[in-house]
Design a protein around this ligand. Structure first.
Ligand code: F6P
Length: 545
């Protein structure tokens, strides 16, 4: 079943939402909370060990029911069915989108071209298990019979960001293996990492769905050369493994067939950490923890697939996001995890969200005249409070923020954790309430400022408040809860893409960059510079001379 092709702005719900926006745009959250003392309990979803509070948004029950009407009108229900069933919803690449099948239960059935793919997924999972357990236990060793101490993941984009983010996020659960990630084609990146490594005890995982990506191949070739300064051609089999759909190219590179972990066309790069692309996760935290990550994602899949829209976390958060993006014209969304472990989380989501929904052509091939993908950014709290929160509190831009926190700290330092969570709660409250003129006055009077001084300071110390936030509070950062959290955002991407009437699973914009980089490289390396605009010509001449 193809996805519906409905311009959301032509729906009845959109029209109603536009009117509703005009009627309510000046309402203040502080007033909404005063008017309804139970508001905090009204806009909240409890699910597993997650509490999702979306009450601090500029919404009323009517807003939510209109947004839900929009979801119905654009055919979200059938789209979800098509997504999970393996229909070719990535129409421009003629592919199904089935990262959800990678974390399906063994007893589930998902069909691609009439074949149930779940058994194949589990075969690869078994291979990952055996391989990672062999490396961790030391049964599988390097060419000089020494145990592995280091693992290098060579990949970029989805072949780097997901595994790197998760390995960092679950560092608490890790074993003795030191993990490294080489991604940038900048040679200084790879050479800095090689400085720390011993070829006899290092395992290299080359991850590239296509095995044609310039960055990954360049890094893999450089690393192979470095390795061959000590090891022999035969030793490569012990030290290099690959994850890819492109078996021929892997063979050409010199990696033996036994060391290949397959993946499939129906897994998009930015959603691939659940496949063998996540092998460095399994190496870092062990297969059982890796399986827990997948089962957490599967639980979120089931929640998304089976829960009524009004209580469905990815759907509700997607709709609230649409409200700001399309009616309030908010251009960005900040994602602020209150745990240092998630310090790569927003970088990871930047690819997931912006590569998926950064589109301006609708599913019928027409140019879009409404806003689509949001700009995603963020850093962990509390550091971000001392960096960019000023602009969120008192700047001119409206920036909806997701606050993500955990009830328990992993090292159990209560003193630190209470302080961290105090900031977590205080920030959303302050962003919502702001600080009124009277409150500022009273505060300054208490500090014994003179009336004249108070008058002068007042305008600077007032906070408008009314800044929207979602709070996602989870019991504990575990492989399972992280799996659910990532899957939540994946499904939010899907829902927004459906509503915006775009294809979320291709990335032609990135492909253009890849092509151009190739031809410009010939300009740099060749004797002649080809045809360019005057700016690029000047730059190339300056570089070459
Ligand atoms: O950045 C564009 C992209 O195509 C991503 O979608 C993908 O994750 C990345 O390049 C890496 O591609 P590959 O895994 O094929 O090397």
């Amino acid at each position: 079943m193809a996805l519906p092709k409905i311009d959301p702005t032509t729906t009845k719900a959109w029209e109603k939402l536009s009117r509703h926006y005009q009627d309510t745009k000046n309402q203040h959250l502080r007033k909404l909370f005063t008017a309804d003392k139970e508001r905090g309990k009204l806009f909240v979803i409890h699910w597993n060990d997650f509490l999702v509070d979306y009450s601090k948004n500029r919404i009323t029950q009517q807003t939510m029911s209109l947004l839900l009407e929009l979801a119905e009108e654009v055919g979200l229900k059938n789209a979800i069915k098509a997504y999970f069933k393996g229909d070719e919803i990535n129409q421009t690449e003629r592919r199904a989108v089935l990262h959800t099948a990678l974390r399906a239960k063994k007893s589930d059935e998902v069909h691609v071209d009439g074949k149930n793919i779940v058994p194949e997924v589990y075969e690869v999972r078994e291979k990952i298990k055996v391989f990672s357990e062999g490396v961790i236990s030391g049964d599988r060793r390097g060419y000089s019979n020494k145990k592995f101490t280091d693992v290098v993941n060579i990949g970029i984009g989805g072949s780097d960001l997901g595994p790197a983010m998760v390995v960092e996020a679950l560092k608490f659960y890790k074993n003795h293996l030191r993990m490294h990630f080489v991604s940038n084609v900048d040679g200084d990146h790879v050479h800095e990492i090689l400085k720390e490594l011993n070829p006899e005890t290092t395992l290299f995982v080359v991850v590239s769905k296509t095995f044609t990506t310039q960055e990954t191949l360049s890094n893999a070739i450089t690393i192979k050369k470095w390795f061959l300064e000590n090891g022999s051609q035969e030793d490569i089999a012990k030290h290099f493994v690959a994850v890819s759909t492109n078996t021929q190219k892997i063979k050409d590179f010199g990696i033996s067939a036994d060391n290949v972990f397959p993946m499939w066309d129906w897994v998009g790069g930015r959603f691939s950490l659940w496949s063998a692309v996540g092998i460095s996760i399994s190496l870092s935290i062990g297969y059982d923890n890796y399986a827990e990550l997948l089962s957490g994602a599967n639980e979120m899949d089931v929640h998304f697939k089976e829960t009524a829209f009004s209580k469905n976390i990815p759907i509700v958060l997607a709709l609230v996001g649409i409200w700001y993006n399309n009616f309030y014209n908010a251009e960005t969304e900040a994602i602020i995890p209150y745990t240092q472990y998630l310090n790569r989380f927003s970088a990871y989501l930047q690819q997931g969200i912006m590569e998926s929904n950064g589109k301006s052509t609708d599913r019928s091939g027409n140019s879009i005249n409404y806003e689509t993908g949001t700009i995603i950014w963020g850093e962990p709290g509390t550091n971000s409070q001392h960096a960019f929160f000023q602009l969120i509190h008192q700047g001119t831009k409206l920036i909806p923020v997701d606050f993500i926190g955990f009830k328990e700290s992993l090292h159990g330092d209560k003193d630190h954790h209470n302080k961290l969570l105090a900031n977590f709660f205080a920030q959303t409250e302050a962003l919502m309430n702001g600080k009124t003129k009277d409150e500022v006055k009273e505060e300054l009077q208490e500090q014994e400022f003179t009336a004249k001084e108070i008058e002068a300071l007042l305008p600077f110390k007032i906070f408008q408040g009314n800044k929207p936030t979602n709070t996602i509070l989870i019991s504990k950062l575990t492989p399972k809860s992280l799996g659910s959290l990532i899957a939540l955002y994946e499904h939010k991407i899907f829902v927004q893409g459906i509503i915006w009437n775009i294809f979320s699973y291709d990335q032609w914009g990135v492909e253009l960059g890849k092509q151009l980089a190739k031809s410009t490289l010939s300009d740099i390396e060749g004797s002649e510079i080809g045809n360019h605009d005057s700016s690029t010509l000047n730059l190339l001449h300056f570089f070459k001379n």
